[in-house]
Design a protein around this ligand. Structure first.
Ligand code: ADP
Ligand code: MG
Length: 337
């Protein structure tokens, strides 16, 4: 992502016809616009205002505001000279550490005419760097600490070598809570005149998994393909199995003969375009909610996890669907529902 694509002022785009993805259109521009992570935002704001920004390591699942936070922080630090003082690199680009090193050298080595402060170098997706590249980066960070601050961003902090971790102040971005997502979702729906129903909102929240990017993308794609954003349309757009279809599948698995259950489930999968792995995921959540006895529940989950594992290694969906039915049929005598 380039720096220019992020500098979007929402007020400019509201009236224009340009179809900007809503994740960019509604990217928070200021630190105080971010919902959630108040403590992190407060600490970073204080560090900036006292001119004490350390190297940063922001980590956590996608769509939780890591990139937005650092971009907003940079805008607070530099104001108009933002683009001259900030370098954004995507560490997972296949360009290798040498290119990254040269770009950093060129950027950190040149002085800005009207700004003597330290520059900011953002390395997004740093967990995609090889260990060798990370060791090389450690030396780069040491070399330029006088002129620049580094901000590493990643999903998995365990993939960052300890030597780099110890040079940074770490902040964990947790998945957003439902009420935090809801307030933002309502704002965007209102600004875009989306007819968002109560069950539609719940469906978006349920499918988002705390990922605000997924929330906005799902809202936009549902609103573009349907008049109303209700539960049915949200599920149709996302391709995720409808809750009532999961209920029907579970009913088949618990009560029908092997043959009938297999026919119904594979029929539903091909008719509605469901992936078996999505069905497994929803079934597991449902089974856990049902508060079954431990022994049958353990057996079912264990069997389902094996089906999921085999699916992930690219085996045939129909055979695994049969296997899923088999897991239930084998466990039925243990179940007393
Ligand atoms: N805390 C938040 N508050 C408001 N919007 C958010 C927040 N986190 C994410 N978003 C929305 O989700 C999109 C993706 O956020 P981003 O900062 O790129 O996530 P990350 O870098 O953690 O994957 C942003 O454009 C923004 O619209
Ligand atoms: Mg990001």
């Amino acid at each position: 992502m380039t720096a220019s694509s992020m500098q979007v002022d929402p007020s400019i785009n509201k009236s224009s016809d340009v179809q900007l993805p809503w994740v960019e259109k509604y990217r928070p521009q200021r630190l105080e616009d971010l919902v959630a992570h108040e403590e992190i935002i407060n600490i970073i704001t204080n560090l900036i205002d006292s001119d004490n920004l350390p190297h940063l390591l922001l980590y956590g699942p996608p769509g939780t505001g890591k990139t937005s936070t650092i971009v907003a922080a940079a805008k607070r630090m530099y104001g108009k000279s933002y683009s001259g003082m900030t370098l954004e690199l995507n560490a997972s680009d296949a360009r290798g550490i040498d290119v990254v090193r040269n770009e950093i050298k060129e950027f950190a080595g040149t002085k800005q005419l009207f700004n003597n402060g330290v520059k900011l170098i953002i390395l997004d997706e740093a967990d995609a760097m090889t260990n060798d590249a990370q060791f090389a980066l450690r030396r780069v960070i040491e070399k330029y600490t006088k002129n620049a601050r580094f901000c590493l961003i990643c999903n998995y902090v365990s993939k960052i070598i300890p030597a780099l971790q110890s040079r940074c102040t770490r902040f964990r971005f947790a998945p957003l809570a439902q009420n935090q997502i809801q307030s933002r979702l309502e704002e965007v729906a209102k600004a875009e005149n989306v007819a968002l129903s109560e069950d539609g909102m719940k469906a978006v929240l349920r499918l988002s998994g705390g990922d605000m990017r997924r929330v906005l993308n799902l809202l936009q794609s549902t609103a573009m393909s349907h008049k109303e954003v209700d539960e049915n349309n949200v599920y149709l757009t996302s391709g995720a199995p409808l809750p009532r279809d999961i209920d029907e599948i579970l009913n088949c698995l618990l009560n029908e003969t092997m043959q009938t259950a297999f026919t119904n489930i594979t029929g539903m999968c091909s008719g509605k375009g469901y992936a078996l792995s999505d069905i497994l995921h929803d079934l597991a959540a449902k089974l856990i909610d049902m508060k079954l006895d431990s022994a049958p529940l353990a057996k079912l989950l264990n069997g389902m996890s094996q089906v999921e594992h085999r699916l992930a290694s690219g085996t045939d969906e129909r055979i695994q669907a049969a296997s899923l039915v088999g897991v239930f049929v084998e466990t039925r005598q243990l179940l007393t529902i």
